[in-house]
Design a binder for this molecule. Structure first.
Ligand code: ZN
Length: 482
């Protein structure tokens, strides 16, 4: 039986690896098809056999926002010290297995997105991949509806938690500033090490929270003494639940126009050596917003926790951070750039409350002394049944208080977009442009025209929409005209 099992796994491995050769590298299919084939022939149990071939093990990165950027920076850091395999922008076990179909690697770094329990198998993934690390970026409400089915936040949080529930060794890396990821970490402290990360900066998010944040233990309202980014900050609850002291923190932020400087400080448990490493050095990085500071910090602590060469940490982090530029961000992500007529445009995906808020906060750092009244906001709406996302969006838009809001449907339903527009125009002057989803090209052109024809100096464009197809294209077309 055992022999049969191992023959089957070996056969699956050979065929799947062969398929890798025939699929164009970098194509969408290449990211998951070999893994799919492997699972068809070898079944789930064989994944364990593949996973054990890594000298150190696999690290899986999950969360609502920042997964891809965090995974990419972690891979850059880790690859500077050791042999790695990695996969990003992938949300299936097939993609992780494709990444595992490789030889002579020390560590695997994999992004894994979980929208809800029905469309993912987080605890199964944990059992068969047997990771040495599960990394949480943050947990915010998004996709309150998946494939037409209501997806309550509690279930969504539970699904994220399940990815690390079976772990009995290794490290969980958790955002201390996010009460939800802290809760997941706290619940596992009895089984594994938990490394927490957080900010210790003089900046503060003064805009209101998008919705109440409840204590994950007793369900009371959490109180914040400081918020860095929406629900991420320094919090506590009357039941005793509070923000833990981070093992690694970012301090002393200096913001320049193009580059920012910050200090990394802390004491982090390193898995390969089983020892704690003291961290205390400055790093130089691109000016890319508070949300990306979190991504960089999360990548740094993941790297520090798993590098087999702790003596190289300072040099590697400084070198990689120094070489980072905005091209690290996925093509549809929010960025700020200048266009003809001395206009400043902030543009990119913000399809959940947290993401749009982070975009606005980043844009506001460029508004300087100017008031928001010089800003036009082109808002691409959520879909039908996504009222919760709209509520979160609306509170952020109101806090920005732009001169005018131009409402364009971001998803399929034009009726839903019209309803959202009706609500917005009661608070802020607004116009509606009902371009259908089927005519995405026209939708992109419409938004482009609005940007070009706006009399405002500052134009922010964000909300929902297909990441690469809409946002990526839109940005390219605007930049090409320069
Ligand atoms: Zn509580």
């Amino acid at each position: 039986m055992l022999i049969f099992h191992s023959i089957r796994c070996k056969t699956a491995e050979s065929i799947a690896k062969l398929s890798k050769v025939f699929i164009k590298l970098g194509s969408g299919m290449g990211k998951s098809f070999p893994g799919h084939l492997y699972l068809r022939i070898g079944k789930m149990e064989c994944v364990n056999y593949l996973a054990r071939k890594l000298n150190i093990g696999s690290v899986i990165i999950t969360g609502t926002n920042g997964k891809t950027t965090t995974t990419k920076i972690t891979a850059l850091l880790m690859a500077n010290d050791t042999n790695i395999t990695y996969n990003y922008e992938s949300n299936t076990i097939n993609a992780i297995v494709t990444g595992l179909l490789t030889d002579d690697k020390d560590i695997g770094i994999f992004e894994y997105g979980i929208r809800d329990v029905k469309h993912a198998i987080p605890d199964t993934v944990c059992r068969i991949v047997d990771p040495v690390g599960v990394v949480y970026t943050n947990v915010s409400r998004e996709h309150s509806q998946v494939a037409g089915v209501k997806n309550p936040f509690e279930e969504y949080l539970k699904a994220k938690q399940l990815l690390s529930t079976p772990m009995q060794r290794g490290i969980i890396i958790s955002n201390a500033d996010d009460p939800r990821t802290t809760y997941i970490g706290k619940e596992k402290e009895k089984d594994v090490k938990v490394n927490y990360y957080g900010l210790e900066l003089d900046i503060e998010d003064k805009t209101p929270l998008t919705g109440d944040v409840f204590c994950p233990i007793c369900n009371s309202n959490l109180t914040y003494s400081k918020r860095y980014l929406n629900h991420r900050g320094i919090y506590q609850c009357s039941c005793g639940f509070s923000r833990p002291e981070p093992s690694l923190k970012l301090t002393e932020l200096n913001t320049g126009k193009d580059r920012w400087q910050v200090k990394l400080k802390g004491e982090v448990f390193n898995y390969p050596t089983g020892e704690k490493v003291k961290i205390d050095f400055p790093v130089d990085l691109p000016a890319f917003g508070v949300h990306n500071l979190y991504n960089l910090l999360c990548a740094a602590i993941t790297y520090i926790s798993f590098t087999p060469h702790p003596e190289r940490i300072e040099g590697t982090v400084k070198e990689i951070a120094n070489s980072l530029d905005l091209s690290i961000l996925p093509p549809g992500r929010f960025e700020i750039f200048q266009i003809k007529g001395d206009k400043m445009v902030g543009m990119g995906q913000g399809d959940n409350g947290d993401a749009l808020k982070a975009n606005i906060q980043f844009f506001e750092t460029y508004l300087g002394q100017e008031t928001a009244s010089e800003t036009a906001f082109i808002y691409t709406t959520p879909d039908e049944g996504e009222d919760e996302i709209f509520e979160d969006h609306l509170s952020s838009i109101i806090s920005l208080n732009p001169h005018k809001v131009y409402v364009v449907p971001g998803r399929e339903s034009i009726d839903a977009a019209r309803e959202y527009y009706e609500i917005i125009k009661e608070q802020i002057p607004a116009e509606f442009y009902p371009v259908p989803h089927e005519d995405m090209d026209r939708r992109i052109e419409q938004i482009k025209e609005l940007v070009k024809e706006s009399s405002q100096r500052y134009i922010m464009v964000s909300g929902c929409g297909p990441e690469q197809y809409m946002w990526g294209n839109l940005k390219n077309r605007l930049k090409e005209e320069e």
